[in-house]
Design a protein around this ligand. Structure first.
Ligand code: FAD
Length: 470
């Protein structure tokens, strides 16, 4: 009897078995499955931390696949060429993948789909990265949402299908095709000595993601709404890292949050609202792809933000602005690959308002350093902070980092955790920054803490004057 034609599942940012529609349907079909990851030139341009984190995701996912009788095939080259070659080599009849919605991915996937179809290979994309397809949710007039709150109201009572369980076994092909070695891809190369530091903070893989969710549900969700703004408290889920790499599916997280809400957990509804901010970011990236690289509101094009990566920008990146809360947050990101949401808002406001630098500089640096880097959430977050985005914080609302510190880090716990020069007896995370950052920066924990780049009152005045004059 001839073997049915295999299905190739092309994995990109969906490194999980459960809540994976394409994989689940492929497994139900009874056909052999060949899981593949292709490293193309776009992926090669990912920032240092996301690239390193991708390698971790791939390694763990390969182990997960082995446990169900499968394995991950690695290929390097242009997506369409590599997938086509693999299909021809293995006799696969179809290539399936989980849909992506950011503009680069859409362009690439459209090309891949048409090349595969031309070659007579079935090409199908499946939902899974989001709760709601961006075109399936519309305003009453049939348009897309430019403001978050009405989108929340429109989706909060919609049915979300329960997540598919993980297949217990995946049928292997008669012969496995050749695969690259992950180490040969050297995805950790640009991390240099920072990789060791980051590895202590990453929470890699599907099992770790589920454990993180369970931990959040049994611990922090009740007080989530009250405590989520305090960066020193471990009060948020930290699931952004796993959602970014698809190590947990959004439906799984949604249903867990909904269950907690129905059980009367106080913070659960607010948690669901945050998940819808993630949906909103993809809704915007899909309907207005320019959000990832241009001012969403073109009236900001003439604003005198500087694009120049000067000494001040370097100090911002190094967490040496002389403003303790800004510096703590910048170093949190460098050491852990994550930055608390309040930190992201404060460092963003400081860069685009007090320092008058373009939000794209910040967007790019986050893209370099975050292990939860997400093209849609990052773009929306930066344009929200800068004031140029839809439903954004008004530009004239300028965060005062000192007042923010008094309110959200009154004991300076967060500042001292990350800024060695501000701590009487610096702890491991504050010191780790000096192990992680490039030697060329020449920084030492014994350096004096720098004086501010710009006085808070002066920076605020300058930003408001630029706003008035625009
Ligand atoms: P929780 O508080 O536990 O929230 C649960 C989930 O909801 C998160 O995991 C995330 O998926 C989603 N979520 C929460 N807040 C937001 C938000 N404001 N926008 C979109 N989704 C949200 N998030 C990223 O995942 N990747 C990024 O690259 C990113 N860049 C950002 C840049 C800026 C300038 C700003 C202001 C925000 C950015 N965010 C980004 C959003 C937010 O800061 C993080 O999602 C959040 O801090 C993640 O921590 P958590 O998982 O503990 O969140």
């Amino acid at each position: 009897m001839t073997e049915p034609k295999p299905i190739i599942i092309w994995f990109r940012k969906d490194f999980r078995l459960a809540d994976h529609k394409a994989l689940c349907e492929a497994s139900r079909s009874g056909r052999p499955i060949i899981p593949v990851v292709v490293l193309d030139e776009v992926t090669e341009t990912f920032g240092a931390a996301p690239k390193w984190r991708l390698a971790q995701a791939i390694e763990h996912f390969n182990d997960r696949l082995k446990a169900v009788g499968s394995r991950l095939i690695l290929r390097r080259g242009t997506f369409a060429d590599e997938l086509l070659a693999l299909a021809q080599e293995t006799g696969a009849g179809d290539i399936w993948w989980t849909r992506a919605y950011d503009p680069d991915a859409i362009m690439r996937d459209t090309k891949v789909k048409s090349s595969l179809k031309e070659a007579g290979i079935g090409a199908e994309s499946w939902p899974g990265h989001l709760l709601f397809e961006p075109w399936a949710v519309t305003t009453k007039q049939g348009g897309f949402f430019k403001v978050y709150s009405p989108m929340w109201r429109a989706v909060k009572d919609l049915d979300v299908a329960p997540p598919d369980p993980a297949p217990l076994r995946l049928m292997a092909p008669q012969k496995w095709p050749d695969s690259d070695r992950l180490s040969g891809w050297a995805l950790d190369k640009s991390m240099d000595r920072g990789a060791k530091v980051l590895a202590r903070h990453a929470n890699v893989g599907e099992s770790a993601a589920h454990a993180r969710l369970a931990n959040f549900l049994s611990g922090s969700i009740g007080a989530y709404k009250e405590r989520r703004d305090y960066p020193a408290q471990n009060a948020t889920s930290r699931l952004s890292e796993n959602l970014a790499w698809g190590e947990i599916g959004p439906r799984t997280v949604w249903h867990a949050g909904l269950h907690a809400h129905l059980e009367g957990q106080r913070g659960a509804e607010h948690f669901l609202k945050e998940l819808v901010w993630r949906e909103f970011s993809y809704h915007l990236a899909f309907h207005t792809p320019e959000i990832t690289h241009k001012n969403w509101r073109s009236e900001w094009d003439a604003f005198p933000w500087s694009d120049h990566e000067d000494e001040e920008v370097l100090r911002w990146k190094q967490g040496r602005t002389g403003v303790p809360l800004v510096d703590a947050a910048m170093r949190e990101m460098y050491v852990t690959g994550h930055m608390h949401n309040r930190g992201r808002m404060i460092v963003g406001s400081y860069l685009t308002k007090h320092m008058l630098k373009h939000w794209r500089i910040g967007q790019k640096w986050f893209e370099e350093c975050l292990i939860d880097w997400d093209p849609a959430a990052n773009a929306m977050g930066w344009q929200w902070v800068a004031g140029s985005g839809p439903d954004a914080a008004p530009y004239f609302r300028i965060f005062n980092p000192e007042t923010q510190a008094q309110k959200f880090d009154a004991e300076q716990t967060y500042i001292q955790r990350f800024v060695a020069e501000r701590a009487p007896d610096p702890g491991p995370e504050a010191l780790a920054f000096f192990d992680a950052c490039p030697r060329a920066w020449g920084l030492s924990p014994d350096d004096p803490y720098p004086t501010p780049i710009v006085g808070l009152a002066e920076g605020r005045q300058r930003a408001l004057a630029a706003y008035e004059a625009r």
